[in-house]
Design a protein around this ligand. Structure first.
Ligand SMILES: *[C@@H]1O[C@H](CO)[C@@H](O)[C@H](O)[C@H]1NC(C)=O
Ligand SMILES: *[C@@H]1O[C@H](CO)[C@@H](O)[C@H](O)[C@H]1NC(C)=O
Length: 406
């Protein structure tokens, strides 16, 4: 969603805007642009491991593990927690701000065995047993397949590696959608989760009753379908390799273009007082991290129908696949794991009326917490400089409640 960024950044970084003021950004930021998630974790002095998980559909996903925090010298058994990022993000977003600010490190220091997922198609998960990302077939999936096949494979891998029976799950935005899909399709996985913590949960949308807005939404979906037919319904915002040179150039070039970057992000996700503007260049160097066009269309279908359903392929193919003309709904009553929800007033992508629909559909909600800062936005759940005191401290406290189970 916040990927529209790249389009704008492309314009911003047009020759001419490359003025030289890079000296204003710290050396540390310059160096971190070129690090991978494991390299950044190691740089901060934490232990780190890379794990490969092969899914039922042949995708090879990379998990990044921080087995323990800084104070410990050995990895004594401790509960595992799986963190799943938002659309077009990666494991990097959970560590980008370093210890005491980023959730990956905070959880490791709080005594957890931290596993950072990478959704298929992102920077770290572009391998497949037989398909290449340049092959359109590689991209024929949405968060339906990721929730049904990939998250269960990650959970099974973690439980096998740790010898434990359960883990905690933390999802942000699409990371929550995938969790709800998983439980709807494979409810036996409820048994493997102590509790789920949902940042900016996304499942239902409220279609607008305003006929003008409804018309615009319909047009937008038709346009998306047409556009994606032309570009091949493959990768959304194709990207070669780890870095995003356009964003780096645009957000680094000068104080002026940096302000434009910030302004553009705010126009999509809402203004925030939480963004570290100097660190932005490092964040954007790793974002967008890759995803499929079908993920966007699947969300657009939900926005139009107001339902949380499987992918709509059109009547004919729906009949063939589902045995009914319209796609089946996900059954939220299959989610029996305790869920703690976190939302914020200034979140344009997970507004309160949609979050409340998720709340009503779930049967085992521990709490529906509102972040106590009016300007907190969608991205601040991973990038907010005070996310620790506003959100993460509560997260750790909630997790501790399940410690006796663990
Ligand atoms: C750009 O800034 C750097 C760091 O201050 C400086 O060393 C370099 O000479 C500048 N380049 C130009 C073309 O002004
Ligand atoms: C959803 O699942 C519950 C059981 O978990 C079942 O009672 C209910 O009928 C299902 N709803 C639909 C629409 O399939």
């Amino acid at each position: 969603m916040h990927s529209l960024l790249t389009l704008a950044l492309l314009i911003l970084s047009w020759p001419g805007s490359h003025r030289n003021a890079s000296s204003q950004m710290s050396d540390d930021n310059d160096a971190d642009i070129y690090l991978t998630s494991p390299e950044l974790i190691a740089k901060y002095g934490y232990p780190v491991q890379r794990h490969s998980v092969q899914t039922q559909e042949g995708y090879i996903l990379e998990l990044h593990r921080i087995p323990h925090g800084r104070p410990e010298t050995t990895a004594s058994p401790r509960p595992a927690v799986l963190l799943h990022h938002a659309f077009l993000c990666s494991s990097f977003d959970w560590v980008v701000l370093g210890p005491d600010k980023s959730l990956g490190f905070i959880l490791a220091d709080a005594g957890y065995d931290v596993w950072l997922a990478n959704a298929r198609g992102n920077t770290y998960s572009r391998k497949h047993v037989s398909l290449n990302p340049s092959d359109p077939k590689f991209w024929q999936y949405s968060w339906h397949e990721m929730g049904t096949h990939d998250v269960p494979a990650e959970i099974d891998h973690i439980l096998a590696m740790t010898g434990q029976k359960k883990l905690y799950y933390i999802g942000h935005s699409m990371g929550t959608t995938m969790f709800f899909v998983m439980m709807s399709q494979r409810p036996e996985y409820n048994e493997k989760i102590y509790a789920m913590l949902a940042f900016a949960p996304v499942a239902f949308f409220t279609p607008s009753k305003n006929p003008v807005i409804h018309f615009v939404q319909t047009m937008a979906e038709m346009f998306l379908e047409k556009l994606f037919k032309v570009i091949g319904l493959n990768e959304f915002l194709p990207q070669d390799g780890v870095l995003n040179p356009i964003s780096i150039a645009a957000c680094k070039a000068s104080v002026f273009t940096n302000s434009l970057c910030v302004g553009f992000i705010f126009s999509i996700v809402g203004k925030s007082t939480q963004l570290d503007r100097e660190r932005l260049v490092v964040m954007l160097a790793h974002t967008p991290a890759g995803g499929s066009s079908r993920e966007v269309i699947h969300y657009a279908q939900g926005a139009l129908s107001g339902e949380f359903c499987q992918f709509d392929f059109g009547t004919e193919k729906n009949m063939e696949l589902y045995g009914q003309p319209s796609p089946p709904r996900y059954n939220m009553s299959h989610v029996t794991t305790p869920v703690a929800m976190f939302h914020s007033d200034n979140d344009k992508l997970a507004p309160i009326y949609n979050v409340n629909k998720v709340f009503s559909a779930l049967s085992n909600v521990i709490g529906n917490f509102r972040v106590p800062l009016k300007t907190f936005n969608h991205l601040d759940f991973m990038w907010g400089k005070d996310a620790n005191s506003l959100v993460y401290e509560d997260v750790v406290n909630i997790m501790k409640r399940y410690e006796d189970d663990a």
